[in-house]
Design a protein around this ligand. Sequence first.
Ligand code: F6P
Ligand code: MN
Length: 304
Amino acid sequence: MPVPEKQISLEEHVRELDSELSGLICAIGGMTVPLRNEFPHRLMGVQNAPNKYGEVVAELDSWANGFICDSLIKTGLVRKIYSEELERPLTYNASAPFVVTLDPLDGSSNIASNNPFGTIVGIYKKDLPCKGSNLVASLFKLYGPITTIVLAAKKGVHEYVAHRKGGHKYVLLHEKMKLPEKGKVIGFGGDITDYPDAIYKYTKILVKEKKLKLRYCGAFVGDFSQVLHYGGMFMYPALKSKPEGKLRLTYEGIPMGNIVEQAGGASSNGKISLLDVMPKNVDERTPVYVGNRELIEGIKKALT
Ligand code: F6P
Ligand code: MN
């Protein structure tokens, strides 16, 4: 990845945002290296109790959740945290400006095999549940071979990397990212034999006619990042046995929908933008389709 000669730190780059928002984003950036450094020491074991969705929780998952929540509290800027790993939201100082959503370790089934996983964050002023169009910012971190942060805070989508030229702090890597016009890759989750016929047919069109290359890593953050860089599409669709899909609207679909839309792409639940869906509750699931506009239009058409 080419790092520009002049290093612009995350702090400098977000300075034009309001000071409370830039303070929170910098604090979230600052917790990345200590969090990542701890991963190898937290690999063993699972928690005794499953999470609120009945899923097994890796020790790393619950530790990461605790670490991120504690670090968020210390900023004094957060009044409520909704996390995929918490039964109920955590509430603090009622006068603090922000409400934060957290998928602390997205793609945690990749932990054991040492494949990519990440963190997804949504930042609001309004309390939840509310539409994604109320987001003030969203970001994801990808703990791949290199740990990157991708941020959308109303002024486009930017990617940052911790670089020695910036004193090992996060510096700008790509500014105002846009999905390449012609998409190259497709990733899709779920059992394809369980896909509704229209989706199965469209998948074949994407691969056979549109010549998208199939690449699926099993973590939303990783599958999303390749769409952002190479163009194409990611979907975790409605399934015959699970029409609501697998991914969570508030914790996953909305923050990533905000990023893809600000990068010139589109997001959808099969009908409308993920940012226009009014969640009934924060744990609601949704089919997720994100990528180049033309491809998302295609899936919407296929589903009508
Ligand atoms: O958070 C849920 C998640 O781990 C996503 O990161 C990923 O896209 C999906 O589940 C993978 O699901 P599956 O194991 O069914 O491919
Ligand atoms: Mn997730």
